[in-house]
Ligand binder design. Structure first.
Ligand code: AOF
Ligand code: ZN
Length: 369
């Protein structure tokens, strides 16, 4: 069926709302990114987006920019306007009192505190409400938020950099820098968009990373999580040289009890009964801490453990067009796959060239129900 003029206009406006929502990518967490336009006829009279958790939502920012002109106008918004009082007041009441007459929304809010109640309230107030405009694209803006709201679990993305023959380091262990500068900057964007960045003690010992996001944009830094099964992390690690919180997950007590962490560091114990950290319990804990997107940046040991536990939602592999040969280190330490039928299956989500590298995004293959 051909799209009506109204539907075409809604789609065009929604494309812009989706674009401005992206401006909150590095700062809105753990809230979703949201964009909103105030429109009269075909003219956009104001724009707003959600910048920071605890601050005004997209609709309120857009209404404020529109002022009196919002009267009799329409709102185009990438997420259902909220009906609850969280850290800020309900957007539906703000839309009603500003005199908005029609709302075109991309999708229902998966947050159970809202989930349809916002639309209901707007309709009760006599507004025309359209739902589903560019819905797929809007859902793709906030996959981690949606997953956490629906399951309590964050979305887990494992990132690895390797040569084209799947090696993460040469045989002497040297691994900096396999990937090109464009890939490395992309990783900083991934970190900045994540609520938590996770690594293991192997990586801390080998690379002494800071694990923060280093970009010129304003960023709410991710929680840095160190999986330190044996309690060996030193307070002198480079992690502690930069701002931001650190969570240390171990399987038992710290080895050197005289080496205290500072006050922004929290330690938790999540033993799996075999001397290691229970990774599924850690991911659940990060969900309780309102993490939407979790980025695992680790070596073959931890990446393999996440893969073997079936905990990976997305695998992001940066492949450099080089060879390191069979003496180099592999990407996943896995229990031996003796026969092809036991392989861990993924499917390709996206392939992109970054500088001289290829970035391959895979997702776990959907299993038949
Ligand atoms: C909207 N517009 O721009 C955002 C919404 O703690 P609060 O008050 O900020 O509420 C957070 C919840 O509000 C969040 O989980 C989501 O359900 C909704 N976010 N809603 O209408 C926005 N950011
Ligand atoms: Zn709201």
């Amino acid at each position: 069926m051909a799209m009506t003029n109204n539907a075409l206009m809604d789609s065009a406006h929604m494309a812009r709302a989706l674009e401005i929502a992206e401006r909150g990518r590095f700062t809105a967490k753990p809230n979703p990114v949201v964009g909103c336009l105030i429109v009269k006829g075909s003219t956009v009279i104001a724009e707003g987006w959600h910048e920071r958790a605890g601050c005004a939502h997209a609709e309120v920012n857009a209404l404020q920019a529109a002022g009196e002109a919002a009267h009799d106008a329409q709102a185009v918004v990438t997420l259902e306007p909220c009906s609850h009082t969280g850290r800020t007041g309900p957007c539906v009441e703000a839309l009603i009192s500003a005199g908005i007459v029609r709302v075109a929304a991309a999708m229902q809010d998966p947050n159970p505190a809202v989930a349809g109640k916002g639309f209901q309230r707007l309709r009760e107030a006599g507004m025309e409400v359209i739902v589903g405009v560019e819905g797929k694209r809007a859902a793709a803006l906030n996959p981690g938020f949606i997953q956490r709201m629906q399951t309590g679990r964050p979305r887990v993305r494992v990132k690895l950099a390797a040569s084209m023959d799947g090696r993460t380091a040469a045989s002497d262990g040297s691994s900096q820098w396999i990937s090109c500068e464009a890939s490395r900057e992309d990783v900083h964007r991934l970190r900045a968009g994540s609520c938590a960045v996770v690594t293991g003690m192997g990586t801390v010992n080998a690379d002494n990373p800071r694990l923060n996001a280093r970009l010129t944009e304003s960023i709410v830094q991710p929680l840095r999580v160190i999986i330190d099964s044996k309690g060996q992390l030193s307070s002198k690690a480079a992690l502690f040289d930069v701002d931001g919180s650190v969570l240390v997950a171990s399987a038992g007590p710290r080895r050197d009890k005289s080496d205290a962490f500072d006050s922004r560091t929290e330690s938790i114990t999540l033993p799996d009964g075999a001397g290691r950290v229970d990774l599924a319990a850690l991911i659940d804990e990060l969900g309780r801490r309102r993490c939407n997107e979790v980025l695992i940046e680790a070596g073959a040991g931890l990446a393999g453990a996440f893969a073997a536990a079936g905990l990976i939602d997305e695998l992001l592999i940066y492949l450099a067009p080089d060879l390191l040969g069979s003496g180099g280190r592999g990407m996943f330490a896995l229990p031996e796959v003796v026969s092809l039928e036991h392989r861990l299956r993924f499917e390709i989500n996206q392939v992109k060239q970054l500088g001289r590298d290829l970035r391959v995004s895979l997702r776990a293959e959907r299993r038949e129900a």
